[in-house]
Design a protein around this ligand. Structure first.
Ligand SMILES: [Zn+2]
Length: 235
């Protein structure tokens, strides 16, 4: 009994040590948190490519696993994320997961329907102009409840005012069939228009973002996430 207990704890210790060793050996370069120096080495096109590669890993199930606690320690006094994402609050589209990113990698602004307003644009000026992120992605998604609510002109509580931000995309979108949330093609068309229009609005409403883009220090893109596959398609 005594030796058996010793054997069990010994095996457990060996297995734990084995995992620790495996993780230490397998810890990829991507787990090294960005610094201002490595961030500035990522140009805007490379930042978009990095996000695309991350989504490809997510879709194929080959995500990079890092010691997040080590990343917390490494970012305790500074951060230098390479990109910012404006996404929906939808539980199926967390930007860090779907782009396979971790602590300190990306800024994430989320609001139902991924529209942009003064507060979001100010946040993005902080992410880019102040903190050096090289790309902004406005990430819409399929089956978006906020888009459906805007299409059906839902009026309830504070949602009424919030959904008004999406109505211009509803008005600008075309698809065969009825203009209701029952028409999946129309819902998708509005979600795409909404992402593209939000991305365009960033340089229309922000001289700071416009100048960064003009000086090739920033790239802005719109993209759509498919909640059925996890795949992100850049528009
Ligand atoms: Zn949504």
């Amino acid at each position: 009994m005594h030796s058996r207990r010793w054997f069990c704890s010994c095996v457990a210790t060996t297995i734990a040590a084995g995992f620790a060793a495996t993780r230490a050996v397998a810890e990829p370069a991507a787990c090294t948190v960005l610094t201002r120096a490595t961030q500035s080495a990522v140009d805007p096109d490379a930042a978009i490519a990095r996000l695309k590669e991350g989504n490809a890993r997510f879709v194929s199930g080959e995500m990079i696993h890092c010691d997040l606690r080590a990343q917390v320690r490494a970012t305790a006094t500074s951060q230098a994320p390479f990109a910012a994402v404006v996404g929906c609050i939808d539980s199926r589209v967390p930007p860090e997961f779907v782009f396979d990113q971790r602590i300190g990698d990306i800024f994430s602004a989320r609001v139902a329907g991924n529209f942009v307003n003064t507060d979001i644009i100010g946040s993005l000026e902080f992410a880019t102009y102040v903190t050096g992120a090289r790309a902004i992605v406005v990430l819409g998604h399929s089956e978006c409840g906020a888009i459906k609510g805007a299409i059906d002109d839902v009026r309830v509580g504070n949602l009424t005012a919030m959904l008004a931000n999406i109505r211009p995309a509803v008005a600008a979108s075309k698809a065969a069939g009825e203009r209701t949330s029952k028409n999946a093609a129309f819902v998708q068309a509005v979600a795409e228009s909404n992402a593209v229009m939000a991305a365009a609005m960033l340089t229309e409403k922000s001289q700071i973002l416009k100048d960064l883009v003009a000086n090739k220090k920033l790239r802005i893109a719109a993209a759509m996430h498919d909640v059925a596959t996890g795949k992100i398609h850049f528009l």
